[in-house]
Ligand binder design. Sequence first.
Ligand code: ATP
Ligand code: MG
Length: 140
Amino acid sequence: MAESRLGLRAAGFRINREWETLRQLLAVGADVPEPFVRADGVIPMSYRGDRGCSAPRLHEVSLRPREAAHHFQVLARNVELWLANNVVHGDLSAYNVLSWDGAATVIDFPRAIGLRFNPSHRRCSSAVSGTCAPTSPGRG
Ligand SMILES: Nc1ncnc2c1ncn2[C@@H]1O[C@H](COP(=O)(O)OP(=O)(O)OP(=O)(O)O)[C@@H](O)[C@H]1O
Ligand SMILES: [Mg+2]
């Protein structure tokens, strides 16, 4: 009983985390879905895809070099934007990026970390920024 209550609390925490992170990042222009309401255990959000199927994830598509470079730039810009707003995604991978009509959308934010409340992650993020900077296509 205590365990299931703990599980429910953890699920509630993840829903809140995702809601707050999506609202925060949408407000600063990140490429994330728009969450509509914080409902009971789910977050209805803007949909990528059409009537037939939802947008494929990045690991499911085959991109031309120009499209791949565009997606890379969009993702690098998003990571910079998140860090500038004290957010680390927590589960960023090709499984959590939708590709639709040439645009990339990052999903799945329940594990997002707020750097403001977590000084050790802040140190990590400086290290990540330093590592990522030289590989960004916009530099040099
Ligand atoms: N805004 C969206 N528009 C269209 N499809 C979406 C959207 N958000 C999520 N999906 C689809 O739902 C799947 C699961 O979403 P998400 O990654 O947020 O959850 P998950 O907990 O990782 O679930 P799973 O383990 O099944 O991937 C995604 O892989 C994607 O196919
Ligand atoms: Mg996922």
